[in-house]
Structures are given as structure tokens and as C-alpha cells.
Design a protein around this ligand. Structure first.
Ligand SMILES: Nc1ncnc2c1ncn2[C@@H]1O[C@H](COP(=O)(O)OP(=O)(O)O)[C@@H](O)[C@H]1O
Ligand SMILES: [Mg+2]
Length: 299
């Protein structure tokens, strides 16, 4: 029987080329692909989801891989699509890892080393002082942020007092804070697909910064993974249920162990510029993804 999957993949930074390779490898396995399925253009007609004349219900699987263009409407339909067919990543795992508190909670529960954290209601800001007292330095994080935006290091009660009026004004539901980890301002990005190790590279924070995000001025560098690092990343992927995971890890100099900072459900492939630098994992990642789709579709 002929199978057809739907795909929505980012097209910038070499994503279009990656998509073509995936489509062609799937074709070799008798799996057709409807590409460019942007749920922004989907319409629900009773129990059918349509994009133009295509009935999405008829697809055998949906591959959603476009972090940059994701809106609430698309995510809303992703959720119902997940009830019709296998999705990659599964909606549940995707939704979990979009939220830092929910992710940290599950990681801790599964014994994956990650930073200590606290969550409290906005009216319980008094606890924040206690957290600073316990840990000296804390990081305030929006639970649904990205790119290092909105992360604030709070090193003493005075900083907190200055910050509080702004936080109160921001109309937050709650406060999520983490213990600030003593680390060397570099991190590891480890990609795991279908439980297998794909790749590792590093990012380095710019001078005088503690955030390694590229959008905060961080730079990518080649970096090997040791066994402990790979095991930590695999545990994080398993705990969150992501088929495709990009696990961000730093090395805690006080505890002398790797700690998972966050798990990304749509980790980018190496860009053409990064490939020139020597990040050569795209082929392997594509192969593992194709195997995964093949198994889920035919299984
Ligand atoms: N608890 C922490 N201790 C020390 N540094 C941190 C901590 N949390 C985040 N960072 C730094 O801030 C960066 C962004 O944090 P992260 O939780 O990954 O949020 P984002 O989703 O915005 O990337 C990390 O890459 C790391 O460099
Ligand atoms: Mg991050």
C-alpha cells in the first residue's frame, strides 16, 4: 500500500535542501510526501481538516519542523492532528518542551540531572528572597521564552527589590526561577533522534555574558561528546518523549556534573555555513529521521 505523509519544514538556512533529501529518501521507500503543509491555511470542516482540497485526515503521519513560523492557530490544529495520526514530534512531547517549568519538572522526576528550580504564584513573591538566600544567585525565566530573551540573573536582594516593580507590572501568573549554575559560559548542544546520538557541538557566550544563545551573541564551535554527556542527553530525550531532541547541557563546576538546561523539540540542522565549519551531522540526522518515519508509517 502506498503511504503519504504531510510535512511542514522550515525553508531558510538550508532547510529547503534538507527537506528535498528527506522527500527523496522517503520516495525510495514508497512513501509520498505532501510538503509545505502550513496549518495556518487549514480549515476544519466538521471532523475533516483540509488545506485547499487536501484532506489531512488521509495522511499517514505529520512531520512538523518549523519553529520560526509557528503560531497559536497552527499549534491548536497540531494538537487535534495528533489524535488522527502519528506526529513527529508527538504533540504531547512538543507541548511539554515548549514550557521550561513543565520540562524541568519531568526531567527531575526521571532523575535527569538538571538545575534546581522553584515555581510560585505571583502573590508569593516573598519566596523569591528565600530562594536567593538558599542559592545566592538565581535566574528568573519566562517559561515559554527562547533565545535568552527575558532571562534575568538576580544576585542579591537589592537587585530583586529593583526588579520587583517591573515584574509586578508585567502581569505574570507566576514566577519560575532556577539556581544559577557556576559554569564556564560554554554549553553543549546534543541532538538525539529516535534514541540515537546524532551530534554534539558547543556554543560560547560572548565576552562578559553568561548566555550562550546565538541570538545573545553566542558563537558555535566544534566540540566532542564524551559518554556521560551522550547518556545524559539520551535520558533527557527519553524522559520528555521527543523523537527528535536538541538537548542543551552545561557542566556544573561545583557539582562536577553535566546538567540539562533545556530540551528543544525542533533542533535546527547545521546551516550551510556551519557545515563548512565542520558540523557534518546532517546526513546522519536525515537518515535517522527517515528510518523513524518509515517505521511509524508502516508499523
Ligand atoms: N540556571 C542557569 N545557570 C546558568 N546559566 C543559565 C541558566 N539557565 C540558562 N542559562 C544560560 O542562559 C541561556 C539561555 O537559557 P535557556 O534556559 O536555554 O533559555 P532560552 O530558551 O531562552 O534559550 C543558556 O544557554 C545558558 O547559557
Ligand atoms: Mg536555550
Amino acid at each position: 500500500m502506498k503511504h503519504t505523509i504531510g510535512m511542514w519544514m522550515y525553508q531558510n538556512s538550508g532547510g529547503d535542501k534538507i527537506e528535498q533529501k528527506i522527500v527523496s529518501l522517503l520516495k525510495d521507500r514508497d512513501i509520498d510526501v505532501e510538503t509545505g503543509l502550513n496549518l495556518r491555511y487549514a480549515v476544519a470542516k466538521n471532523d475533516k481538516l483540509m488545506i485547499n482540497n487536501l484532506i489531512l485526515n488521509d495522511l499517514d503521519l505529520f512531520f512538523s519542523y518549523n519553529a520560526g513560523e509557528q503560531t497559536q492557530y497552527q499549534v491548536y490544529l497540531y494538537k487535534i492532528l495528533d489524535k488522527l495520526m502519528p506526529t513527529i514530534n508527538s504533540y504531547g512531547a512538543f507541548e511539554l518542551t515548549e514550557d521550561k517549568f513543565q520540562t524541568s519538572f519531568i526531567l527531575k522526576k526521571h532523575g535527569v540531572p538538571c538545575t534546581d528550580f522553584r515555581l510560585c504564584h505571583r502573590d508569593d513573591a516573598k519566596y523569591l528572597k528565600k530562594f536567593i538566600h538558599d542559592w545566592q544567585k538565581i535566574v528568573y525565566k519566562p517559561v515559554d521564552g527562547w533565545g535568552g530573551v527575558g532571562l534575568t540573573k538576580i544576585e542579591n536582594e537589592e537587585t530583586l527589590d529593583v526588579l520587583m516593580p517591573f515584574l509586578n507590572q508585567a502581569d505574570l501568573r507566576f514566577f519560575y526561577v532556577e539556581k544559577f549554575i557556576n559554569y564556564d559560559n560554554t554549553d553543549f548542544r546534543v541532538d538525539i533522534v529516535d534514541g540515537e546520538f546524532v551530534s554534539c557541538y558547543g556554543r560560547k557566550a560572548p565576552k562578559d555574558s553568561w548566555k550562550t544563545n546565538i541570538t545573545s551573541g553566542g558563537t558555535v564551535f566544534l566540540r566532542e561528546a564524551d559518554d556521560k554527556l551522550v547518556q545524559t542527553a539520551k535520558k533527557a530525550a527519553l524522559a520528555t518523549g521527543l523523537d527528535i531532541a536538541g538537548v542543551d547541557i552545561i557542566y556544573d563546576r561545583d557539582k562536577e556534573e553535566y546538567v540539562v538546561l533545556e530540551v528543544n523539540g525542533i533542533p535546527a540542522f547545521a546551516t550551510p555555513a556551519q557545515e563548512k565549519m565542520g558540523l557534518n551531522f546532517n546526513e546522519k540526522k536525515i537518515e535517522l529521521i527517515v528510518n523513524l518515519i518509515d517505521r511509524k508509517v508502516k508499523g
